[in-house]
Design a protein around this ligand. Structure first.
Ligand code: PMP
Length: 286
């Protein structure tokens, strides 16, 4: 059965349900690839230059030439996907693997031609009342690799950790490496203490989230107090407010962390920022 949704794969537009890949694709065999998730609001692409810059950086770090992006013209492809599927508010995934190699081997051959997939996915963001209520999170040891700044499709650790959170009725797992907060399994993490919004500084241990950057822009626009700094486990549990950020839900207040109640409902600063994100999207995209 065919579907009315179309995806882009290696130059062709075809049905999402029936489009398939070679079993020899290194993305399947080794998780040898990178990806991006970009929000679409009212048919317009959100923070597109920042997303493409991060994709370029991910490609460079796994030794796939980012020149690929110049020849592809991804913005044109994304706009075509939006148009033919009549997407309004949606999410676009770009997946690029190193491509198909005839012999299964850890060592990649230099003449692999990258596989490029662009497809839409529809997530319903949390409602305002869910945001006000806040979500639960667990704390977990960050046992991922030390190149978590690459938006890699090798997501096994994130998958296991997110499922552990989900199995304990939690939205997210907040990760600690050497006693310091890094990020969530699928989000960046902020705390508020004494009126100051804090988040870990960028490093190889966390993804440079585009929503994290969007929030930093809004924080600066509204003259709020902000610091990028180390956050210890004690500081995390002692925070006045905690929230997670990601493309699908820009601000998700965490009101319960393991057995500790952080606050009875979303904190004032988290709600202010949530409202600023909604205002920005309304003003610039609707
Ligand atoms: N960290 C991780 C591990 C993620 O998977 C994500 C995206 N889901 C983020 C942070 C947030 O990134 P962005 O704001 O670009 O969606």
């Amino acid at each position: 059965m065919s579907t009315s949704e179309f995806v882009y794969l290696n130059g062709e537009y075809s049905s999402k349900e029936t489009t398939s890949l070679s079993i020899l694709d290194r993305g399947f065999l080794f998780g040898d690839g990178v990806y991006e998730l970009i929000p679409i609001y009212n048919k317009k692409i959100f923070y597109v230059e920042d997303h493409l810059k991060r994709l370029r950086s991910s490609l460079e770090q796994i030794n796939i030439s980012p020149l690929l992006l110049d020849t592809l013209n991804l913005i044109k492809i994304i706009n075509k996907i939006i148009k033919i599927n009549d997407y309004n508010d949606h999410y676009i995934y770009i997946h690029i693997s190193r491509g198909v190699q005839q012999k299964r081997n850890h060592v990649y051959s230099d003449d692999c031609k990258p596989t490029v997939l662009v497809m839409g996915e529809n997530y319903k963001p949390f409602s305002r009342s869910d945001i006000v209520k806040g979500k639960k999170a667990i704390c977990e040891e960050d046992y991922r690799w030390l190149k978590s700044n690459i938006k890699s499709t090798s997501l096994l650790a994130n998958v296991l950790i997110k499922n552990k959170a989900n199995n304990s009725n939690s939205y997210e797992a907040l990760l600690l490496r050497d006693g310091l907060l890094t990020e969530g399994s699928a989000s960046n993490v902020f705390i508020v203490k004494g009126g100051v919004i804090k988040t870990p500084k960028l490093s190889n241990k966390l993804l440079p989230g585009i929503t994290r950057k969007f929030l930093a822009d809004l924080i600066s626009l509204h003259n709020l107090d902000y610091a990028e700094c180390d956050i210890s486990k004690d500081e995390l549990f002692d925070a006045d407010e905690i929230f997670c950020s990601s493309s699908t839900n820009p601000v998700v207040p965490i009101t319960q962390l393991d057995d500790k109640t952080i606050s009875d409902s979303a904190g004032v600063i988290s709600m202010d920022l949530y409202n600023h994100t909604q205002d920005y999207i309304r003003k610039n995209f609707k």
